[in-house]
Design a protein around this ligand. Structure first.
Ligand SMILES: [Zn+2]
Length: 393
């Protein structure tokens, strides 16, 4: 977002979703709306007829406007190509988390400039589809130097950077997992922490490559001691301890949540939004797996977020509109619930109140649709109708 030298009135908004409303759906839907933006922040929100004067104005001709999407889970720092693995999986092979090693090898070989260019292209691709905030994890280096490098590069694009040395146990440590956990919680964490806001762990006893509850706990506790916030990949491939561990340690988010027990849902609900359940239905789509039971989470009062998990193995889609369409079509969310989860919900999972909503003081991160209503996001699946709104200087 460029800083604006003056104020800009954005009018002709046919439908505005603020995602900071006071009604039961919290969407704050307004028709014939206008927004004033100044110095990169929202300065005023109201109806077109009562809009104040501004230094310049932009007319959106009846299009719908929503908060820019907040993609709170992505793995953008990687090199290499795994499209063949996807094709093989579509032909019937099962995913067990093992293909990450292919990306690790390619990422270690890439130069800083190559990685930087790859991340830049992916962030631009996201913005072109309406995403204005992105969280970026490391996790394809798995050495002290490579994880620090991944986060240093990620930090050039976002403040939401996540240390994921505990993505998988790399092949060279398969005979001595304890030594790898010691590396992650010791020198690798020390090198990565200056460039990271969060620490994350792939807690998945169903994958021989991922981490057990005990190992995950060690990683999270060490990360917290280093000043990082906590995130967890949990309950993706089967029932497991990830959700309970995340809630117990006060993690901001537990992501995937595909296999949940009643006790898991109760724990998430009783955390009252401290631990958000982040759903990544692009992964279920791309691995042809059962979708999480999102309705059960929402009906229990759990705070739910949507994100892409954009990564080379299990979901190489950077598209939040695609995720919204899946949430509506496959998980039974209403279009409004899906938009809320992809904006204010995912902002909560990053503990941010300045993004994911349109209200005075929030960042001027707006997404505009080539459509009169947010209903078109799922209705027109696969059509590029969403883009981040570029404001004049
Ligand atoms: Zn992930």
């Amino acid at each position: 977002m460029r800083e604006s030298a003056g104020s800009t009135l954005i009018r002709g908004i046919g439908e505005l979703l603020t995602c900071s409303g006071s009604g039961p759906d919290k969407l704050g839907l307004r028709r014939d709306a206008a927004v004033v933006v100044e110095a990169g922040r929202i300065a005023w929100v109201g109806t077109s007829t009562s809009a104040p004067d501004a230094d310049r104005s932009v007319d959106l001709g009846g299009r719908a406007v929503l908060p820019g999407f907040v993609d709170s889970h992505s793995h953008l720092v990687f090199a290499g190509d795994r499209s063949r693995e996807f094709a093989a999986r579509m032909a019937g092979e099962r995913y067990d988390g093992g293909g990450i090693g292919v990306s690790v090898a390619a990422t270690r070989q890439a130069s800083d400039d190559e990685l930087r260019a790859l991340v830049a292209a992916r962030v631009a691709e996201m913005r072109a589809q309406g995403t204005t905030t992105v969280e970026i994890k490391g996790g394809y280096g798995l050495t002290v130097e490579d994880e620090a490098r991944a986060l240093r590069i990620a930090a050039e694009f976002t403040t939401e950077t996540t240390f994921l040395g505990a993505h998988v146990v790399p092949a060279e440590y398969s005979g001595d997992r304890a030594a790898y956990v010691d590396l992650v919680t010791g020198p690798m964490l020390a090198a990565a922490a200056p460039h990271a806001r969060w620490v994350d762990v792939f807690c998945e006893p169903h994958s021989p490559h991922a981490f057990t509850e005990e190992e995950a706990r060690a990683v999270l506790v060490a990360g917290e001691l280093a000043g990082l916030g906590l995130r967890v990949h949990g309950n993706q491939l089967g029932p497991g301890p990830g959700v309970q561990l995340a809630v117990e340690l006060g993690a901001a988010s537990v992501d995937h949540c595909t296999y949940l027990s009643d006790a898991d849902i109760e724990a998430l609900a009783s955390s009252a939004g401290t631990t958000v359940a982040t759903l990544l239905p692009g992964v279920e789509f791309s691995t042809r797996s059962p979708y999480p039971d999102a309705r059960r989470l929402l009906d229990a009062g759990v705070s739910v977020a949507l994100a892409t998990d954009c990564n080379p193995g299990t979901c190489y889609s950077s598209s939040m509109p695609f995720v919204i369409a899946l949430a509506v079509r496959e998980m039974g969310l209403t279009p409004g619930e899906a938009v809320y989860a992809a904006t204010a919900g995912s902002a909560l999972s990053l503990r941010r109140s300045d993004v994911g909503r349109i209200e005075v003081g929030a960042r001027a991160d707006l997404t505009v649709l080539e459509a009169p209503s947010h209903l078109h996001l799922a209705y027109r699946a696969g059509v590029p109708i969403a883009r981040a709104l570029d404001l004049p200087d």
